[in-house]
Design a protein around this ligand. Sequence first.
Ligand code: HEM
Length: 159
Amino acid sequence: MRTLIADAAEATQARVPSTNQPAIQAEVRTTPQAITVTESRAARAHMMVARVLLGGVALQIFFAGLAIFNVSTFLPHMILGPIVILGSLALPIIAWCGHLAPSLRHRSWLVFGLMLTQGLLIDVGRLIPFVAAFHPVNAMLLVLFVASMARITASTSDR
Ligand code: HEM
């Protein structure tokens, strides 16, 4: 962080021709730049986690397909499931710590909530089978929301 601020200060001073108060200029101009660098790092990390999560969700759906068509049991799906669910907690943590855009923070919490719901739908579905039918529907919502944060299309920018 210290290096980033120093780099930004040097960059600013290099661009601005020397005036009477170079030190004050550096102080005033570098703070927002340093914050922007931190935010952009968090934004990139958030996007990468969303992409990995999207891959995990796709794999999870594939494992469900393998089981449905009797190629395997549901064991791979039931092993990867909790990993994907826990992994999704990284999204709101990065969004919150990195001071990312409110819409991104809210969607990150929403994804984590939907992930928790995903497991609960199976548990409740063991008592009320009708409820379990929402498990694949919720998976579809998860794909939509996670994909919106993975920025795999040009229309998903947050700012
Ligand atoms: C985001 C994608 C998904 C995630 C994170 C996920 C997660 C999970 C988890 C954690 C379980 C175990 C729940 C428990 O035992 O308490 C489970 C079970 C199950 N999932 Fe998924 N799932 C996803 C998508 C799907 C899809 C698309 C289908 C079907 C088309 C599906 C069908 C099932 C079935 C049938 C079970 C019960 C397996 C059994 O009890 O033998 N899942 N899922």
